[in-house]
Design a protein around this ligand. Structure first.
Ligand SMILES: [Zn+2]
Length: 279
C-alpha cells in the first residue's frame, strides 16, 4: 500500500528542521483534526531571525522556539489571526523585543494585537531576502501569504496546504474571497509553498488548480442535494460528506455554510428560517 506523500509528514518536535537555505521549521505540538501534526513556525535567517507564524501560546512551544532560534528574534510575522498561528506572538515579543507585524486582526481575537499591519504587495526585509505580502483572504478575512522574492518559494499559511483543504469559517472567512485568493496565487508564480500545517507543497500551482476543482465539485454536490427540495445545513452535510470523521462534522457544517453563503450571494440559493432551497 502506498502512503500519500502529503500525509507522510512526521516533524521532529522540539527541533528546528532545515527546509532550505536560510529557512528552518519548528512544528508545535498542537496536533489535532484541524491542525494535523501541529502548527509550523518558520525561522528565517541564521544571525537575525524573522519568525513566520509563532504558533500557539503554549509554554513548551515558546520554550522550544527560544531554544532553537540560536540568534536574536527581531521580527514576528503573522499570516492570520487564528490562535494556533498568532497565539504566541505577544509573548514572544515580550520575551525578545521583536516587533509583531502581519495580517489585520478582527476585534473578536483580542490576543492578537500587532505593532503593524501589512498591506498587500508591501515588502518586509529579512536576512534571506525581501518577503512580498500577498493578500489571500478566505480562510480568514485578513489572511496573507509571503512570497520570498527570487526564490520560487511562498509561505502559504492556511490558504494552501498539501495534507488538506482549508476550512472557510464564515463570517470571518468567505468562500468568494477564498476562490479569488486561489486565483491570486496562480498569478504569483511561486512554485513551492511552505504551509502552516503539514509538509511542503511541491507543485503549488497544481495544488491551487486541484483545490479549485475540489470546491467546484463540492458546490455542485450541494446544489444536487438541494435539487430534491429544501435542506438544512446538517442535512446537506450528511448528503455530501460520505464517511466523514465525526470529529470533523462541525468543520464540514461551517464549510457548507460558506458555500451556501456564496451561492446566496450569486442568487443561486435562498435561505429562509434555517432551510436552504434552489432559486
Ligand atoms: Zn487558520
Amino acid at each position: 500500500m502506498s502512503i500519500d506523500p502529503a500525509l507522510d509528514f512526521m516533524p521532529a518536535y522540539g527541533a528546528a528542521e532545515r527546509v532550505c537555505v536560510g529557512v528552518r521549521r519548528l512544528t508545535a505540538r498542537n496536533t489535532g483534526p484541524l491542525t494535523f501534526r501541529g502548527t509550523n513556525c518558520y525561522l528565517l535567517g541564521d544571525s537575525e531571525i524573522t519568525v513566520i507564524d509563532p504558533g500557539p501560546d503554549d509554554d513548551a512551544h515558546v520554550a522550544d522556539l527560544l531554544a532553537v532560534a540560536g540568534a536574536p528574534i527581531r521580527r514576528v510575522l503573522v499570516t492570520h489571526d487564528h490562535a494556533d498561528h498568532a497565539g504566541a506572538a505577544r509573548r514572544l515579543s515580550e520575551l525578545t523585543g521583536a516587533e509583531v507585524v502581519g495580517s489585520a486582526p478582527i476585534p473578536s481575537r483580542p490576543f492578537y494585537r500587532p505593532d503593524g499591519i501589512l498591506a498587500d504587495d508591501e515588502t518586509v526585509a529579512t536576512e534571506i531576502g525581501p518577503l512580498r505580502v500577498v493578500a489571500t483572504p478566505g480562510h480568514a478575512a485578513g489572511h496573507i501569504c509571503f512570497d520570498l522574492a527570487g526564490s520560487s518559494l511562498l509561505f502559504s499559511g492556511d490558504h494552501v496546504m498539501a495534507w488538506s483543504t482549508s476550512v472557510v469559517v464564515p463570517p470571518d472567512g468567505r468562500m468568494a474571497d477564498y476562490m479569488a485568493s486561489l486565483d491570486r496565487l496562480a498569478g504569483v508564480g511561486a512554485r513551492s509553498y511552505l504551509p502552516g500545517h503539514g509538509g511542503q507543497v511541491i507543485d503549488g500551482l497544481a495544488r491551487v488548480s486541484e483545490l479549485k476543482r475540489h470546491r467546484q465539485a463540492r458546490e455542485a454536490a450541494i446544489l444536487r442535494a438541494l435539487d430534491s427540495g429544501e435542506r438544512t445545513i446538517e442535512e446537506i452535510v450528511s448528503a455530501v460528506y460520505i464517511g466523514l470523521d465525526p470529529a470533523l462534522t462541525g468543520a464540514a457544517a461551517l464549510s457548507v455554510t460558506a458555500h451556501t453563503d456564496w451561492l446566496e450571494e450569486r442568487r443561486l440559493v435562498r435561505k429562509a428560517e434555517g432551510r436552504l432551497s434552489r432559486c
